[in-house]
Design a protein. Structure first.
Lengths: 132, 132
DNA sequence: CGGATATTCAACCTCATGGTTGAACATAAC
DNA sequence: GTTATGTTCAACCATGAGGTTGAATATCCG
């Protein structure tokens, strides 16, 4: 499992582009030729060809040359690695949602209990400066 | 569904780099200053600063300026969109694994039927690997 | 054979990325 | 105040990405 990192680089790099994501979506329906893949976009065939090569390098599509047309089919398997990587972070947002929910509940409880309590004043801290 | 695409572009783009993925991993432990984030890598602070800005633009980290140090903390929430996108393709690899398994099973059954008697029955369970 | 179709290749352009260096800025410490 | 620390900024460089054009290649069809 040498360069797992390179695999993730190429996968995430490949799907970090709207055009390529749309191509994958087309391929999820059925295999397409290069021309068919290019058709929806306002780019030249050469440009589409490059996109397809990026997807191919990431292992996300396979190509079968049939005469003069190249038939591309989806191979989603490598995406699995990407999903697994992201999934490690899943607990961070679910956790945050849980905390939010807990705070919300606590707040509601406090409000209903603090009809008599005057001092409840949390205040907002200075916001972080905008970069740039 | 306005600029969902830009969000995915920036998220996937941000995590399509080994250094930045490692930074996120550090941040998953606890918040870090810019210097701390940069320390493990053989790059200048300026370069690290740029990486951090990429992560920030993707919304994956938040920065709190504390005096002269900038404390960065993970915000994994935007990754959720990325995970959801990839997950649409999950069925394609699980499906393929199922087909592979079925073929394999059929092959074994045929072989054992040819070699011995017609009991190609209870080898392996279907074991449908259906995540979620 | 010759012509049409499908795709790539090579050269080029522009712009973003990842890296450097050195100066600037802001704040903490003396 | 002066100095040290943490971070960014600006300029620059090299490389790659995404796009174009025009030519080359391979294949099908008449």
């Amino acid at each position: 499992m040498v360069e797992h990192n390179e695999q993730l680089d190429s996968i995430f790099g490949a799907i970090a582009d709207t055009t390529r994501r749309a191509m994958l979506l087309s391929l999820a329906q059925r295999p397409h030729s290069v021309g068919e893949l290019a058709a929806p976009f306002d780019i030249t065939l050469a440009a589409a060809s490059k996109h397809i090569k990026v997807l191919e390098r990431a292992g996300l599509i396979e190509r079968e040359v049939q005469g003069r047309t190249h038939l591309c089919r989806l191979n989603a398997a490598p995406m699995h690695a990407g999903l697994e990587w992201i999934r490690h972070y899943e607990r961070f947002w679910t956790q945050r949602l849980d905390v939010l929910e807990a705070l919300l509940k606590a707040d509601l409880a406090k409000e209903s209990a603090a009809a008599t309590d005057p001092v409840a004043g949390g205040h907002n801290k200075p916001k972080s400066k905008r970069p740039r």
